[in-house]
Design a protein around this ligand. Structure first.
Ligand code: ZN
Length: 169
């Protein structure tokens, strides 16, 4: 396994719509393993392939951040098929450092996709799991949690990143 580099805002790869994975081969297995490893080292509770520079529809989620065995969820070509309720929770993102903001999401989602064996899976998530799934699936469509914030908060953050970029080196 390997720890991959996590791309950060405003990297344009994060803005691309990721492609459907046509077949699950050895490379996809390796990518999924490396993504889990990368997420645990960060540490985080979710990671999407575009965040490590791979524009393909693959996400990993582990609400225990690797603390509890068996909690890792790997989903290929995930799709949200049902959304219910409303929830406001503070979010952060490994690709959007130094920012935590409250985002409005659906409280409950049903997600369809495939596991690494190519079996169809249907997963129901509530509360934190629902938020994590929506956040990671957004990444596959080039959407960052920033995009759910007000224009003012977004432009403030972008300005901060620009300033930090020009101050450094
Ligand atoms: Zn994220």
């Amino acid at each position: 396994m390997a720890v991959l580099e996590i791309l950060q805002f405003p990297d344009l790869t994060l803005r691309r719509r990721a492609a459907t994975i046509p077949q699950i081969d050895e490379a996809i297995h390796r990518l999924a393993q490396d993504m889990a490893e990368t997420m645990y080292v960060a540490p985080g509770i979710g990671l999407a392939a575009p965040q490590v520079g791979v524009p393909q529809r693959l996400i990993v989620v582990d609400l225990s951040a690797g603390e509890r065995p068996g909690e890792l969820i790997t989903l290929i070509n995930p799709e949200i098929v049902c959304k219910e309720g409303e929830l406001r929770m503070e979010e952060g993102c490994l690709s959007v450092p130094d920012l935590r903001e409250t985002v409005a999401r659906c409280r409950r989602v049903v997600v369809k996709g495939m596991d690494l064996e190519g079996r169809a899976v249907e997963l129901e998530g509530e509360d934190l799991l629902a938020v994590a799934l929506q956040h990671e699936i957004d990444h596959l469509d080039g959407i960052l949690f920033l995009d759910h914030l007000s224009q003012l908060k977004r432009s403030r953050y972008a300005a901060k990143v620009r300033k930090a970029g020009s101050a450094g080196s």
